[in-house]
Each structure stands twice: as C-alpha cells, then as structure tokens.
Design a protein around this ligand. Structure first.
Ligand code: SF4
Ligand code: SF4
Length: 250
C-alpha cells in the first residue's frame, strides 16, 4: 500500500507535503506541462503525515482510491527522484520603486544561473507592476519569477517559502517582516535604518547593502548554500520576534 498524489496537485505550488514527509519520498517535477509532485510507492511508509499538510486534499491514502494516478506516481518516480526540491523565495508588498523589487529581480537573473531550481514569488500589486514584469521579460527569467497579485493567503504562502526577502530602499514599520520572522522563515533584508532598528539582533536575519544587486546575490547564494546556518538564523529570528513584538502580531 502507498499514498498517492492525484490530479488535483497539477499546477499547484504548495509544497507542504514535502516538508512533513519523514522519509523524503515526495518528489517534484513537471507533468503535462505543469508542476506536479509524486509519491515514491516503494519508499512511502504510510505514516499519513502528508494528508493534513495538503491544503487542497490532493493526496489519497490508498492506491485503489485513484488507480490511474497511482500508476502515474509510480511511472514518474525514477524521473522525479532526480529533481532537486525547489527553493522558494518570497517578497511581499506594494509594488513601487521604493520597495526595491527591481534589485531582487536583477539578482534572480544572476542567481538562477547557479541554482536552476530557485523560484521567486512576488506577492502584491502597485503602480510599478508593469515595469517589474517588463524587467522579468528583459532578463528572460519568466520561468523563475511568479507574480501572484494581492493575496488573502499570505501566511500560507510564507509557510511554503524557504526565504522571505525585503529589498526595500525605505520602510515604515515592516509588519510583513515581523510576520515572516514569526512563522520561522529565513529573512534576507536590506540594511536600511528602519529595519536595523527592528532587527538589532543581527543574528536573526541576513542583511545586504540596500540597492546593491551584487551584495544581494552574494547573500542569497550564502543563505541557499548554507541551509544549516539559514535554519539557525530563522530560529533566532522567530525567538526574537516572539519575545519583543508578539503584541504587534496578535
Ligand atoms: S504517507 Fe508518510 S511516508 Fe508516505 S508520502 Fe505521506 S508523509 Fe511520506
Ligand atoms: S501539498 Fe498537496 S497540492 Fe501541494 S504539492 Fe503536496 S500534494 Fe500537491
């Protein structure tokens, strides 16, 4: 017996099932031209952890509940097992030049040459959106950068992301950064005074020089290639925010 990922998962971007699987038997890939996940039937130990993790009920707990997709999961396993897990960066905010997303897009255009399995989710809307989309096209990185518009499920999106990036040139009180830290994301933030005022415990985020694409590339590269260090920074950030800013987030 093994669990099975069904057709509902096609084109979905949630990866929560991967995070909870204790034996690492869920693998990403492309099927029918869309992103998809499969469960390796030989490795699955039927623990059931993935079912509540899937927000759209795309997993069934027995082969005979979806024999067609059970075969598809099995057939795609060898191919998908070779694919690395996607690394997801997320940024969120009003799309305006002062938010610095243009620097992040330029940094992505460089970083995808090294990490082809990295993706950026841009959440939010604003007057600069068309310019940002134009920038993505001019760098030819449409495959790696996804504009999600205004969303009501930002917290869920933070949960499926590995890193939260705040590339702003200026900020008021960036509540979204506190939120990202509170849910345990590793944060990469520009070293503007408003942020340093909050993150005065520098162990709780990775900082880069504001508006400096090369420095942003350096910091993303470091964070991605040092997962243990990134987790430690995320844990520090979570503890720090819960200690000093909890009242702002409740
Ligand atoms: S049932 Fe358990 S072992 Fe099988 S895919 Fe789900 S989380 Fe992984
Ligand atoms: S959580 Fe559900 S929708 Fe998301 S990748 Fe896993 S099976 Fe697919």
């Amino acid at each position: 017996m093994a669990y099975v990922i069904t057709e509902k998962c096609l084109a979905e971007r949630y990866g929560d099932c991967v995070e909870v699987c204790p034996v690492d038997c869920i693998h990403p890939g492309t099927y029918k031209g869309d992103v998809f996940m499969i469960i390796d039937p030989k490795e699955c130990i039927d623990c059931g952890a993935c079912i509540p993790a899937c927000p759209i009920d795309a997993i069934v707990d027995a082969v005979d509940k979806d024999p067609e997709y059970a075969k598809i999961n099995a057939d795609l396993t060898e191919e998908f097992k070779k694919n690395p897990k996607e690394i997801i960066l997320m940024t969120l905010g009003w799309l305006h030049p002062v938010k610095g997303v243009q620097f992040l897009i330029e940094a992505m255009a460089k970083i995808v040459k090294k990490y082809t399995h990295i993706r950026l989710l841009v959440v939010g809307a604003g007057p600069y959106e068309n310019d940002l989309r134009g920038l993505v096209n001019s760098f030819n990185v449409e495959e790696y950068i996804h504009f999600l518009g205004k969303r009501s499920d930002c917290r869920e999106l933070l949960h499926i992301s590995d890193f939260f990036v705040l590339p702003s040139l200026s900020e008021g009180l960036p509540l979204v950064l506190l939120e990202a830290l509170a849910v345990g994301r590793t944060c990469i933030v520009s070293d503007i005074p408003q942020v340093q005022g909050i993150i005065n415990n520098l162990k709780s985020s990775f900082l880069f020089k504001s508006g400096n694409v090369e420095d942003l590339v350096r910091v993303i590269d470091y964070a991605v290639s040092n997962p243990y260090e990134s987790k430690k920074v995320a844990c520090e950030g979570q503890k720090y925010v819960k200690k000093y800013f909890l009242t702002l987030l409740t």
